[in-house]
Design a protein around this ligand. Sequence first.
Ligand code: PAF
Length: 317
Amino acid sequence: MNTIRYHGNSHRIHHGADLKHLHGKPVACIIGAGSIGQLTADFLRRSGRFRTCFIDTRINKKKKVACSSSIYQQSSVYRCSRGVYPANYVKYADLIIITVKAFSVSKIIRDIEQHLSFDTPVILMVNGFGAQEELKKLTRENRLYLATTSNGATHNGFSVVRKGVGSTYIGPLKHAKQTKVIKYFIKSLPNGSYTDDIYIELLRKLAVNAVINPFTALNNCLNGEILKQPQIIQEILKEITPILNRLGLTDSQQMLFQRVETVASNTKSNYSSMRQDYYYGRLSEIDYILGILIKKARIYGIKTPYIDSIYQKLKQM
Ligand code: PAF
């Protein structure tokens, strides 16, 4: 077992300048210690290209928290012991990656904005659609990026287990260029790539989440279970494909069907994030997934009885 400790020394963290380019490596600050945040931190650290720091938004800011990590073959265990107010991390990071739930994005943006350096790139990697608008409120568009991943992972407190290999796309929100630190980030991820049209990848991921997440939450099951119900996948896609087409995606229902099947099969032993949220009684991202699609459908005059009823059932659960 290979054990890595980092941020063990609170002095070092408080004097944030020491964080920058420690041992010649850029510092990636990950905000959000859910499955994808922990998994991303793990990839970056394992790649050897980054020093990684964590902000766990679930923990009271006044309580000092730092993380250490033990890397096993399949999983990484994180423990939070002590740390600092996020401002110090944010100010001296070379790259910020936001991996919180969609509904927390506005708050995080408000929290970090005042501490951000002029040129620090910020990547938003969240499920669903809508939260991206919040990122636009940060004024300097030349450092803002969006990312989407189909990796499956499950965390239990501060341990994360990878449950299915997927791809990760990153691209500019508007005018950002592909800088060196962004190239490092992409190289650190399995199947990471850059795209100038990240919205297309976000819409594809929205289709996947609109099928897998509500189904697994309603049925309290693993992602792989949906493969036994291809007619349900088709019913949902029949309604959402025209909406996604109006939003700019040219993929057909059949292409999206194959995509859903591939992700469900790659992550078959994973519980989706929405299943986990319902199971543990947490706020879910339903409004950023089915909710946003239904809203757009109303604007375009598209009828969606099937997903309306799924949405209603989930809202009542
Ligand atoms: O939300 C999730 O859980 C993930 O986006 C995915 C890809 C469906 C895997 O579980």
